[in-house]
Design a protein around this ligand. Sequence first.
Ligand code: THU
Length: 136
Amino acid sequence: MNDLDKLFEAARAVRERAYAPYSDFLVGAALRTPDGTVFTGCNVENASYPVSVCAEGGAVSAMVAAGYREIAEAVVIGDAALCTPCGMCRQRLKEFGMPELVVHVADLNGIRRSFTMDELLPAAFELEDKSNNRKD
Ligand code: THU
């Protein structure tokens, strides 16, 4: 299995653990860091709807908590024609995305489309000083 197949499988597997009783829309996300480590997240909804966390948010938090701060490749999977990351998650991914980050959008059968970060979030807001944002 190549790296992208593994990332797809990780996203597919974690999607099954999503907690989405309100929307009934399960999402999984898998991120690969430059050294090949994979982090995953699923959406976790809440009775107070805005408290819900997207799959990408969970995966980014897991990655940062483990001491990683760079995303080389990502897969997002949902049972929809095109489960692209929401606007807030595009900004989340941008924060840690390597310049060449590609976000693959998948349905249950496989990857449907692949986007560069710039395609997902053109003219993104960024602060220039990321000196505190990289591990030494
Ligand atoms: N959702 C994600 O977790 N990621 C996406 O990329 C799209 C949407 C979640 C949020 C909510 O729990 C459910 O999908 C329906 O919007």
